[in-house]
Structures are given as structure tokens and as C-alpha cells.
Design a protein around this ligand. Structure first.
Ligand code: MRU
Length: 340
């Protein structure tokens, strides 16, 4: 089943706010509904947001003959969430095709979908090979944060896709997801996906992560990315930076896993990345129940930035770059996309 797809003239997407309790598919046939679903994280994860952006332009192209109207509506779509570069990048990729008509726009959006599926299989191959070299034991124990599985992409994941490949190859000892406050993508979504796979895992609270690394209970940390700046600094779900610091202290490799489409060479460093602040409610309430006094001020960055010197490797669908060893994104050549 695909997380997001185009079915009979509209977008269908798994409503991730309902998991793990219910598997519900939303049918989205207009831009306001799509933006609403993006902002409330019914569809989320950088690659899935890219596909949502591409298919959103296809919806607009089918709806409006006035190309200026399509362009102005697409501007709203590309700004729906600011940190994941895939959303704006895929809107920008598909938008020029509106000159060729709605059918061409849809074909381009479907190409974005299909390229994501192929990229994630390739990431699994590059990633599993790399872990083989990094891990000193027969079986691997891999910590991860947020959800970087098929739910964050189309069919198969990035960081969780590598864990899945290792599991399928028979040498995953266990996955160690952290729950991922405040919206629990690790607990609700990653644990759900691991359970569906039948893979062994243990879930922990976010703040246990660095200590568990210090105890020597993980061989590597694999995180996804919302935007990788030109110097390798990486924005990902808040909590990634703490894991990177803990991993460094414990001598455990930390790898960023993402498709090439998440690399943004137009953003020089991590400090140039816009970090979405999602407001107070997610911090002052827990599942609809108030958990802090009325009027409590908050800081709620949805993402943080891990500096490149804390990143052992960036694994993409086309290459492996080692930023902490001084390798630069601009200098490491692209390799082939690898099949499953
Ligand atoms: O706020 P979210 O759930 O969209 O955040 C998602 C992440 O931080 C993921 O790690 C990232 O988008 C990569 S998904 C393959």
C-alpha cells in the first residue's frame, strides 16, 4: 500500500494522525484540504511531502485554466511547511510543466512518486553495505528517531528503510526507536511499521537515547533529514541533535539517510535553514489534555540541526558522503541508483 498516491483524479493519503489505532485513507481533491492535511501532519516526512507538493500542482492544473492562478495557489502549497526542502523543491520541479497541460503535469507528479520508490530501495542497499563495515558484531542494533519509514515516503523508507533491508537480510538484532515528542511519530508510526514488518525492536523515551548509547546498547544511530545544507549540516526531527551528541560521546557512528532530493545546495549551512515552530499547544497539552498551566509560554521547534562534524556518513540513493572525515557534498560524485 502506498502512503500517498493519485487515484481517479485525486490524491489519496494515509491519515497518519489516526495511526496506530486506525488505518484511514483520506481522499483529497482540493488545495485547502491538502494544505490542511500537510499542516496537521496527516501526511508528513520529507519525501512524502515532496510527492504531496507534486500531486498538489497536478490538482491545481486540473482545476484552473488560468496559469497565473495555478502559480499563486502553488505558492501557498510550497509554503505549507518550511523546513523539509522536498515540498518546495517538488512544487518547483512540477510547476513549469503547467505550460504543457494537466496531463503532462500529472505525468511529472507520478514520476516524482516513482523516483521516490526507486530511491528508497537504492538507499537500503547503500545503507546496509555501509552498516556492515561500521558494525563490529554479527548483528546490528540501530537507534532511530521520528518516522522515516514507508509512511514518510511512498512505499519504503530512508533510515527505517535501511533498518528494514538489514532485517530482511537477517542481521538486525533490534531497532531502537525513540518515541519522538511531542507528536510521537516514533511511538505511533515507527513502532507500528516495525511491528508490521515483524522486526525486533524496543521503544524508549527520547531522553533515554543518549544514555542508552552510553551504555553500549546500539551500534549505530540512523536518522532521516528534512534538509541537508551544502556543508552537510542536517535539519531533522527535534531530538536528532541530542542523539548526535550522545553518539559522539559514546563513540557510536551517526548516519543521516535521505534521498538526493533532500540535499539543498542553495542553503549554505544549517543556520540558514528555517526551522518550523509549531506553537504552544503540542507542548502544553498531551493528547488533548492540558499538561502545563494555562498561559505557559513555550519553545516548540519541530526540527533541530545536527552539525556536519557530528555526522559519520550521509547515505543517499546515489552515494555515501563522510562529512566528519572532511568529505564534501560538492566533491563526492554520484553513483548508480541500485535496485533492491
Ligand atoms: O514533522 P515530521 O513528522 O514531518 O518530521 C519528519 C522527520 O523529521 C523525518 O525524519 C524526515 O522528514 C525524514 S522522513 C524520511
Amino acid at each position: 500500500m502506498k502512503t500517498i498516491d493519485w487515484v481517479d483524479g485525486a490524491i489519496e493519503l494515509i491519515d497518519q494522525t489516526k495511526l496506530p489505532g486506525e488505518l484511514v485513507v483520506n481522499r483529497v481533491d482540493n488545495l485547502d484540504s491538502l494544505i490542511y492535511d500537510i499542516q496537521r501532519l496527516a501526511v508528513r516526512g520529507a519525501p512524502a511531502l515532496g510527492v504531496a507538493g507534486a500531486m498538489g500542482v497536478a490538482l491545481l492544473a486540473a482545476q484552473f485554466e488560468d496559469l497565473d492562478k495555478v502559480r499563486s495557489e502553488a505558492a501557498r502549497l510550497r509554503a505549507a511547511r518550511p523546513t523539509a526542502v522536498n515540498l518546495s523543491a517538488m512544487v518547483d520541479r512540477v510547476l513549469p510543466v503547467i505550460e504543457q497541460g494537466p496531463a503532462a503535469v500529472l505525468a511529472e507528479a507520478l514520476a516524482v512518486r516513482d523516483e521516490d520508490i526507486a530511491a528508497c530501495y537504492s538507499i537500503g542497499q547503500y545503507g546496509a553495505d555501509l552498516v556492515r563495515g561500521l558494525v563490529q558484531r554479527d548483528k546490528a542494533r540501530i537507534m532511530t528517531i521520528c518516522n522515516t519509514g514507508g509512511l514518510a515516503c511512498v512505499e519504503r523508507g530512508t533510515a527505517l528503510g535501511v533498518i528494514q533491508t538489514i532485517f530482511e537480510q537477517g542481521w538486525l538484532e533490534e531497532a531502537l526507536p525513540v518515541e519522538t515528542r511531542p507528536l510521537l511519530q516514533g511511538a505511533r508510526l515507527t513502532a507500528w511499521e516495525l511491528k508490521q514488518m515483524g522486526a525486533p525492536f524496543r521503544l524508549m523515551v527520547d531522553s533515554a537515547g543518549p544514555f542508552v548509547l552510553a551504555q553500549g546498547l546500539a551500534d549505530a544511530v540512523f536518522i532521516g533529514a528534512d534538509r541537508i545544507a551544502a556543508n552537510g549540516d542536517t535539519a531533522n526531527k527535534v531530538g536528532s541533535y541530542s542523539l548526535a551528541l550522545g553518539a559522539k560521546r559514546a563513540g557510536v557512528p551517526l548516519c543521516v539517510v535521505a534521498p538526493e532530493t533532500t540535499i539543498d545546495m542553495n542553503t549554505a549551512t544549517g543556520s540558514d535553514i528555517e526551522i518550523e515552530d509549531r506553537g504552544s499547544e503540542e507542548v502544553t497539552t498531551f493528547q488533548g489534555v492540558r499538561s502545563a498551566p494555562e498561559g505557559t509560554a513555550t519553545i516548540n521547534p519541530a526540527f533541530d540541526v545536527t552539525p556536519h562534524d557530528l555526522i559519520t556518513a550521509i547515505i543517499t540513493d546515489r552515494r555515501v558522503i563522510r562529512p566528519s572525515a572532511g568529505e564534501k557534498l560538492s566533491e563526492v560524485p554520484l553513483g548508480p541508483t541500485r535496485a533492491a
